[in-house]
Design a protein around this ligand. Sequence first.
Ligand code: AKG
Ligand code: FE2
Length: 342
Amino acid sequence: MPGLTLPPFPDDVPAHPLLVIDYALLKAGDVQEMNKLWKAATELGFWYLKNHGTDAEVSDMFDMGSDTMNLPLEEKMKFEQGDSGMSFGYKALGAMATDEHGTLDAVEFLNIAKDDVLSWPDPTHRTYPSTVEDKMESTIIPFVRKSLEINNLVLQTFNSKLGLPENTLLNLHSLKEPSGSEARCIKSPPKSRWLSEQKTAIGAHTDFGSLVLPPGSDQWYYIKPIPGLAVCNVGDALAIFSGGVLRSNLHRVVPPPGIQSALERWSLVFFTRPGNSSILEPLTDQSNIIAKAAATYLPVKHMGSTAGDWFARRMKNQRINNRTGPETWRDSRGTEFKPEAV
Ligand SMILES: O=C(O)CCC(=O)C(=O)O
Ligand SMILES: [Fe+2]
């Protein structure tokens, strides 16, 4: 099973501390814990989550991911996400750019749509390799349901802190509407001349929805993996909805430091994304806090598009087959895009 007995993470590398949020306390309505989550989400945009109760599901997901990555490439390619802007399916090694020069990525991953999981056995978007379908009931459905429950509670906390009418954020992420929400299992090869701190596995990005560049810093920091703790972060949609109050921060994937760099790196993510028809703009009419923040929030390119269009644009322009030049990379960017920096 990948990722369970790791050699130590070195002590002498710059690792960024993150606040630790206790999910059990959050669930019990603990006000102090809600305040801590708010601090993490509005300042750095990253935090650790403990007591999330998904260890067994996570371990089963890694087994399923490993079985899938071990399939012959020819089999995996039958389920490749393709170049049309759809995210769901298998992403082959080197199918994406990681920077404006078109440097190829160095990871394989598997994206499973929340909609396909919830509508199982009927596909909403697509079908998956047998290693995925065989584990739908035992592993993937429970993982996705728990992830949704956790993220919905976090959304409800933000909803109340932002002073939004009840359930506003939940309704924007309604399970009744198709969305880009997905589970992702990522396999990165060991460090080599094709993959290093300079040649990243996944280039610097903000998530539509690890390493962090904290405010005002020009240095990358590692996030130390801590057994049992999940690393959580705010994505662009929440940053835009909140007029910049919630922070969607820049991160990237490089090989781990020290002796861990000789090993494969496995990671598992659940991305909660708004329903495809949601318009990405600050919810100024619904909250004074957002209206005030939005007054000084720099407009983000492509703001006002639907969540579905935003996501498809980012996916499509990241695919190396669609690249015409540096402009394709720029068109793949989210809120991290600073026209003046290009
Ligand atoms: O592998 C990770 O730790 C993070 C991956 C990531 O940033 C992403 O898939 O958007
Ligand atoms: Fe990311």
